[in-house]
Write a protein of this length. Structure first.
Length: 479
């Protein structure tokens, strides 16, 4: 143990590492239910949901173990928040463009994750990532997590929490509310909403109440630094939902009667395991497919670098040059984990900022990651329990994580138009188009033109010019 993880050298013990690994797992265990919910549009219990659930825990377990043994770092990995929401929009785009079922589009989109993982691996091995990172302006780097955060809040509020209250237009057609337009219930009043929704009104009210209970619980627990606050908040919300179901005469545990406690390997083998549909990948357009691959790779890269540096700095794991020893191996673990995720059936796997919770408990080596990884793999046997977690409960976590990501905007220099304009455009484009790549593109274009027009074109790197031109072609030229 000592030879493998160098515990004494890192001033830690087995006990500290085990506690740190367990703490990290508790803070990010919400992903076990939330990821398959988000990627399958909450189709709980379907073969695709079962497959994505299994892919989630396997990729998280394997990825975290890779971090443990390759890099000897106390960081955990899982399908990234925000990136999974983006993946879901890509799947929907492919389904519409190719006029195909969601399951088929899902397999085509997995090809994008595979290519982005391979690209990230190559960039890591040849040490190109530093040049790419330097080419992205600070404004865009700040805006990316905030934009993703707003996308998560949008998805959580207007889709999965039950707040996308149905309303009736002038033609008598039932429509969903738009971004933050919480229409019927808040404008027409409960009576009109109940008349429009019929029997589903009571469940809608329950969903909204449970969502807010979960969100406020997570926020409160986090304020008091309670370990596993996100997971505990989900549990509190879920219990409230089950009680509400019982009051409405619904058995919340009915699905357990016929549930199988064996891992759904058959569903994964049938639906996602090495199910790459390269043929339908380019139904969204060759250029769009290529830029989507690059977008996934770039977002994963920035997310990973930020998480690794931020967490390592908090743990005093940086050297005298403010660099983290073994950064390359940690990045390699991340990229290989994404490939594992693609092969099993989930979106980009990345290092989680929740790893900081384990570091705060004293974790300093890969032994903590071993504990976290093994716990994720053990989740393979609890899929029926994970399926019981209602959408509003996991959506509370979705919104809370989104709020945290929006916090990156505090780093914007609001006196510098070359920062504020790109950030604002990035946020709007990312939200309204549902594409992270679109936000990055408009941010790069805005930054480049403002620097040119203000006589500061020399501050823009050649690679930034290249990326800006590529995005201009994407937006305005049809291939």
């Amino acid at each position: 143990m000592e030879k493998l993880f160098k515990l004494k050298e890192n001033h830690t013990t087995v006990r500290i590492e085990v506690i740190g690994g367990l703490t990290t797992f508790m803070t990010m265990a919400y992903i076990v239910a939330l990821n398959p919910n988000l990627l399958t549009n909450f189709a709980v219990g379907t073969p695709l949901w079962n497959a994505v659930f299994l892919a989630t825990v396997i990729s998280a377990g394997v990825g975290t173990l890779l971090m443990a043994f390759l890099a000897n770092k106390p960081f955990a990995l899982a399908p990234g928040m925000g990136l999974n929401a983006y993946f879901a929009t890509v799947v929907a785009s492919i389904a519409v463009a190719g006029n195909m079922p969601y399951e088929s589009a899902f397999q085509a989109a997995l090809s994008i994750i595979l290519f982005s993982g391979l690209l990230f691996t190559v960039l890591t091995l040849v040490k190109v990532r530093e040049k790419i990172v330097d080419a992205i302006p600070k404004a865009v780097r700040i805006g990316i997590p905030a934009g993703i955060g707003m996308m998560l809040v949008n998805v959580g509020l207007t889709t999965n929490a039950g707040i996308n209250v149905m309303s009736v237009n002038e033609e008598g057609e039932t429509v969903s509310s738009m971004f933050y337009m919480l229409t019927s219930f808040f404008t027409d009043g409960p009576s009109a909403t109940k008349a429009a929704m019929g029997d589903s009104y009571s469940l809608m009210i329950l969903s909204v109440i449970v969502f807010f209970v979960g969100l406020f619980a997570i926020a409160t627990l986090s304020h008091f630094n309670v370990k596993g606050s996100v997971l505990l908040g989900i549990v509190i919300a879920a219990v409230c939902y089950w009680i509400g179901d019982a009051i409405l005469g619904i058995n919340p545990f009915a699905s357990l009667a016929d549930a199988s406690w064996l891992p759904p390997f058959k569903d994964m083998a049938d639906m996602t395991l090495f199910k790459f549909d390269f043929k339908n990948l380019f139904d969204i357009g060759i250029f769009s497919a290529i830029m989507t691959i690059i977008s996934f790779c770039m977002v994963d890269m920035f997310d990973t670098i930020g998480t690794l540096y931020g967490t390592a700095k908090k743990a005093n794991m940086l050297d005298e040059n403010d660099k983290m020893p073994g950064m390359g191996k940690a990045m390699l673990s991340d990229s290989l984990a994404t490939i594992v995720g693609a092969c099993t059936g989930t979106s980009t796997v990345t290092t989680f900022i929740e790893s900081a919770s384990g570091v705060a408990e004293g974790a300093r080596t890969g032994l903590a990651s071993v504990v976290t990884g093994v716990l994720f793999l053990a989740c393979m046997f609890i899929s029926p329990l994970a399926a019981l977690i209602p959408a509003p409960a996991t959506s509370a976590a979705l919104v809370y994580v989104g709020v945290l990501m929006i916090g990156s905007l505090k780093e914007v220099d609001y006196t510098d138009v070359s920062q504020t304009v790109p950030v604002v455009l990035l946020l709007i484009f990312m939200i309204q188009t549902g594409g992270i790549g679109n936000g990055i593109g408009i941010g790069l274009i805005a930054y480049t033109f403002i620097k040119l027009l203000t006589g500061k074109g020399k501050e823009v790197s050649p690679l930034t010019y290249v990326l800006s031109v590529l995005f201009i072609c994407k937006f305005f030229i049809t291939f």
